[in-house]
Design a protein around this ligand. Structure first.
Ligand SMILES: Nc1ncnc2c1ncn2[C@@H]1O[C@H](COP(=O)(O)OP(=O)(O)OP(=O)(O)O)[C@@H](O)[C@H]1O
Length: 628
């Protein structure tokens, strides 16, 4: 073989992120190094599928070699392992772009997670980290590639430390088409030149890639390791759990245990196979603004695209394959976008996934809870975006509520527990469950045993405004509008009705507070929403919930819709004490007005309007109280 080092060479440095990744790879001594092979085989299979797709339009790209295949060759004496494919190959620029930089969002997220202290060994096991994992086992990697249809092949060489060299490849060295990756194994990794090791790894991780894999040992005949047949086309009875898991790993680049596997063949107007997985672990790009799905579209076993929306955005966590028997192979981009067959498939797959989720919720609550924990906030986007699916989604959505403890409840559970005269489904929007549970707005509801949904995902503020209700019961924010709790009886004792004198005093206090607070509030009123707190703020009847306003202000800088309403608790000793000061120590009443408003804001997690004034008045009141 020609020594590639004799050729004119150009040396390039790695992008800084690549150097970091490589360093991590090489030093993550606990990680499972076997996975490098699954990554290289996965890339080789992708390259073959890409070529198969492009050749639909340009058959000449295949030339006289239409049998796409992956060949592994091991040479224990030379301590090398080679992964070759006759797929699409790479041009010189592509070699530089693909093997010298990191474009993948997953890898960036991986680096970020490692930077934030996650154990790299675990992460490498869970994610596809790609080509660079070759440097875990190789002291030098030589990639020689010829792009299909190109008359020039190129060689890329690197030790994974000092950047890489790139030069033209010639003669025997250059493949007729595709990519040959030769790993010069490091001293700790010579086992990867053993047939048994390679066979075991392929069996574990790559037995169902959709391109055949063969193994060649120096001087021996080739041996088939896998036939490249499509797993999804096989009958379910022939597929083991392990095979599904391995296929899931390859199709998703994630190596967690799938939480749910759905495999079926649709027959009728349209014929297609579906093999879907719901991961158990959140993919890193779950909240990527593009909200892209990740199902792969095949037509009669030929890979067509992985960016077709085969599911709505709010089911983007699902991974897998849809293989149509009816679509033409030469689908243009436009046809992919507005295709009635795809539209019908999308509808069907969406319904199937939702019904399987509902079934799982019935049959295995713990497993469903795992899925809900990971993807609940994404599923809830559907409540907002897909009114047609809302009722189906209402059957599976789960909520933390004031009655749920650490578990979750369904809307059906909620409605089954409605109290006498309760006509609404009450909810509280908040940033986090602990803060939600401590909100003073809940006191009056707790006193009546009325359950309140604690909605703490940002998307909640959106869907709950547009959803009309569940089983005829409208949704009602506990921080908005006048509370209508009067009709619902208290759990313990009847609330003492204030005597006439106190009632008159309260009316006078409300009037005085309105005067003192002026345009800081839109109204002041008494409330039965409160029990142990003296005051709280609520949003006016019409207009957005306060939490919704907060979210809009955070994300879009939107100005508040209107001033809040200050509600006071007419039974609270503090309020009664302030009533007693009316017409007496006016400075204390003024302090009380500012403090009641300020503490209501603090309870909502906000600062008082004028923190300095609030602080001064608080000090003043404390001095008096403590007799300073
Ligand atoms: N055998 C190959 N043939 C053609 N191109 C390849 C081959 N191996 C790698 N590449 C190119 O290099 C790029 C980077 O590969 P890498 O394995 O790092 O990430 P990836 O394959 O894009 O991501 P993932 O592993 O998550 O699928 C690939 O996207 C592909 O364009």
């Amino acid at each position: 073989m020609t020594d590639t080092l004799d050729r004119p060479t150009e040396t390039h440095a790695f992008q800084a992120e690549v150097s970091r990744l490589l360093h991590l790879m090489v030093h993550s001594v606990y990680s499972n190094r076997d996975i490098f092979l699954r990554e290289l085989i996965s890339n080789a299979a992708d390259a073959c599928e890409k070529l198969r797709y492009l050749a639909l339009e340009t058959p000449a790209l295949l030339g006289d070699d239409g049998n796409l295949a992956i060949t592994l060759a091991a040479d224990p004496a030379a301590k090398t392992l080679t992964v070759a494919d006759n797929g699409i190959g790479m041009t010189r620029d592509e070699l530089i772009e693909n093997l010298g930089t990191i474009a993948k969002s997953g890898t960036k997220a991986f680096l970020k997670a490692v930077g934030e202290g996650a154990k790299s060994s675990n992460l490498i096991g869970q994610f596809g980290v790609g080509f660079y994992s070759a440097f875990m086992v190789a002291s030098r990697v030589v990639v020689t590639s010829r792009r299909a249809g190109s008359d020039q092949a190129w060689t890329w060489i690197s030790d994974g430390i000092n950047g890489y060299d790139i030069r033209p490849a010639e003669g025997d060295e250059a493949p007729a088409r595709g990519t040959v990756i030769r790993l010069e194994l490091n001293d700790e990794s010579t086992t990867y030149a053993d047939e048994a090791t390679v066979e075991r790894i392929v069996e574990t991780y790559s037995a169902h890639v959709p391109v055949p894999v063969t193994f060649v040992k120096a001087g021996e005949d080739a041996k088939a390791l896998s036939d490249g047949s499509a797993l999804w086309a096989k009958p379910k009875s022939e597929i083991t759990k392990e095979a599904y898991k391995e296929f899931y790993g390859n199709v998703s680049g994630q190596w967690d245990e799938p939480a749910m596997t759905i495999h079926y063949k649709a027959e009728g107007r349209h014929e297609y196979s579906v093999l879907l997985f719901v991961p158990s672990m959140k993919p890193f790009d779950l909240f990527d603004p593009a909200r892209k799905g990740h199902l792969k579209l095949y037509v009669r076993r030929v890979f067509i695209a992985d960016d077709v929306d085969l599911l709505p955005h709010w089911l983007r966590f699902a991974r897998g394959v849809v293989d149509s028997e009816d679509l033409p192979l030469n689908l243009s981009r436009e046809m992919l976008q507005h295709n009635p067959v795809l539209e019908a498939i999308r509808k069907n797959v969406t319904s199937r996934l939702l019904s399987e989720l509902a079934k799982l919720a019935e049959s295995d609550a713990a497993k469903f809870a795992e899925i809900w924990e990971a993807f609940g906030p994404v599923l809830k986007e559907g409540l907002y975006e897909d009114a047609e699916r809302r009722d189906e989604l209402f059957k599976i959505v789960r909520f933390r509520t004031t009655a749920s403890g650490e578990a979750t409840r369904t809307l059906a559970d909620y409605v089954a527990g409605l109290k006498e005269n309760q006509t609404k489904i009450y909810y509280l929007l908040a940033d986090d469950p602990a803060r939600a549970a401590a909100s003073p707005h809940l006191e009056g509801f707790a006193g009546r045993g009325v359950e309140v949904l604690l909605l703490t995902d940002p998307v909640d503020a959106f869907w709950v405004r547009t959803a009309l209700g569940f089983e005829g019961k409208p949704f009602q924010s506990v921080t908005q509008g006048a509370s209508d709790l009067d009709a619902i009886p208290l759990v313990d004792a009847a609330e003492p009705t204030p005597d006439a004198e106190t009632a008159t005093g309260t009316v006078a206090l409300v009037a005085r507070l309105k005067e003192l607070l002026g345009d800081k509030v839109s109204d002041v009123r008494t409330s039965n929403r409160l029990a142990s707190s003296p005051s709280c703020l609520v949003a006016p009847e019409y207009g957005p919930d306060k939490q919704f306003e907060k979210i809009m202000a955070r994300h879009q800088g939107a100005a508040p819709f209107g001033k809040p309403v200050l509600e006071i608790n007419p039974r609270h000793p503090l309020i009664l004490a302030v009533v007693a000061k009316l017409g007496g120590d006016e400075s204390l009443v003024e302090d009380a007005a500012v403090l009641l408003l300020g503490q209501a804001r603090v309870a909502d997690g906000e600062a008082p309007d004028d923190p300095a004034d609030f602080g001064r008045r608080l000090a003043h009141v404390l001095e008096k109280a403590l007799g300073a």
